[in-house]
Design a protein around this ligand. Sequence first.
Ligand code: TYD
Ligand code: MG
Length: 455
Amino acid sequence: MAKAKTTFYCQNCGANSAKWVGKCPACGEWNTYVEEIVTKGSSTEKEVWEDASAPRNQPRKIQDVVYDEHQRIKTPTGELNRTLGGGIVPGSLVLIGGEPGIGKSTLLLQMAIRMKTTKVLYASGEESLDQIRMRAERIGIQAENCFLLAETSLANILNHAAQLKPEILIIDSIQTLHTETIEASVGSISQVRECAGKLMKYAKQTNVPVFLIGHVNKDGAIAGPKVLEHMVDTVLQFEGDRHLSYRILRTSKNRFGSTSEIGIYEMRETGLREVTNPSEVLISPRDGFLSGVGIGATLEGNRPLLIEVQALVSPATYGTPQRSTTGFDGKRLNMLLAVLEKRLGIRLSAQDIFLNLAGGIKVNDPALDLTICAAVFSSFDDIAIPSSICFAAEVGLGGEIRAVNRIESRITEAAKLGFKQIYLSKYNVKGIDTSKFDIEVKAFTRLSEAFEVLF
Ligand code: TYD
Ligand code: MG
């Protein structure tokens, strides 16, 4: 018998090497190389969907290629359609990544059971049929043509798919699949890559769109194989804090649409509900005096989103003061605190500072800077910011207020939600007729000027 051929694969990024190495030269991680057997066995998986007599693809003139936007399959949720670039493209391979428990299975099962007439095959290697059925009951079954299959063998799934001829195939999850053509263990890089490759072939040859669920590792990358991200047409990331109810579906790669789209969902007892007006749910109604709260007009993808920032500044009881943030970069907070301290002389070094973005949403839009500075000072001095004011500006190291992108959509959103004033950078309003907005625009060049007017 021929000696099995093995290769070492980095379980983090998928790089390979003939020899074991301690530190991956590609991604820099330590101790991630694992030996995997890659010998190809005789192929027992007949690719049944391949019809030998079918005509092979021929080169065609670009003018003769007909493209029809209506070919896209519309899902029942507008949020999902939007993140996919306007619906599911036939023959596309879509990867949905996210931490365990975030709601990936729920999202796709919900799509499957709400597609009224479309024939969907939902193959799960993670849950049994009755578990899936139980979950589907809670969400509410509307479909007449949704098939469930509890299976981990790719060959079996593809055989069933060949007979059933579904219009959409869902795989939950790619890490549980295995193919017999290679011997590497389930969930390893080689298995995942091989299975994804076969599903890719299936999707392209049958024109059936395939959805893959993929778990992500601790760093938020799709577990193990970066290679997977290169292979698929579309990568959607499902994120959010699993203890809080809001979830964001973000497009991080899309061959058929823009990558700046997001969808917002709320996890309920009865499945995921789409949130069509996120700003309204992210800002809690405030009555009376509350210091440390500020509203920022941020941008998530293409969508303007008003987010509530809460800051709490209180004297530190132990030696080193604490700095803690939820939903915002801690380093950026430290930078803004240093600006407040150095440029405005606000003594924060002996204070514990906690910062929280409402709804479990993560934001790294610099336009939130001014809101954060205002919220921190508001809590420090115990002066409330009027609830009719919001902010949209970056703060520079010199204490200057800098312009942010797409200011007009931010102002429009703030006006739509009934805010009376928006604070922004003077450089942002050049060439914009601010009187056309139904909100008062207050423009500044320095943080100190803005604070003088505000507090
Ligand atoms: P799940 O889709 O299983 O997550 P994933 O596939 O990403 O691992 O969803 C997990 C969580 O969602 C689980 O903790 C229960 C919760 N959930 C609800 O709150 N409401 C529901 O209707 C459903 C189906 C799940
Ligand atoms: Mg799941």
